[in-house]
Design a protein around this ligand. Sequence first.
Ligand code: PCA
Length: 206
Amino acid sequence: MKKILLTGFEPFLDFPVNPTMQIAEELDGEKMNNHEIISRVLPVDFQKAGKELLTHIEETNPEIVIALGLAGGRPKITPERIAINCNDGPVDNRGHKPDGERICSEGPDGLFSTLPIKEITAALNGASFPAEISNSAGAYLCNNVMYHVLYHFHRKKDHKKAGFIHIPASHELAIKHGNIPSWSQQDLTAAIRLSIQITTDTPGET
Ligand code: PCA
């Protein structure tokens, strides 16, 4: 059976829970279309997150890699179109503050998602889960891990499907955090399950 590596992130900044971590835990081991989901949770740490993701890829040898992140404040599920070769934003969980440096000195400025982001967005909207493609994953940890996985496959000229999906806050998080739009955790998980299913259904580049 083929493997899908699904990652979430730990809590960070003023988000005391991270619904992507819960989705990863809930979907771990689930099987669909002859694929099995293997979930991992990544640290919000510029030194570690990319390296850990690459180790998980080596260990699981997945056909598909989907990384998830919280975009607190966004109202929709947003599959990301592109990762940029830049680290910036607030301090990470270790106290490191990036300052616009490149992620990989020899890497291209940007790398496009190889997930079927149009099909995912259409399927989510069709199932009444509001979704739209995002043209920026920011420059924080989510963009960082997206860049790491895309550069890994790009360098190897490997056409595996890989990319990143940002999700809104869960109700639990919205209550703890304050004034941000939220979805039920159940809907968030169902929307990601559907996104994974569409990814397995859609032929990739050869
Ligand atoms: N979201 C952050 C990092 C971790 C997460 O879940 C981001 O959008 O970069």
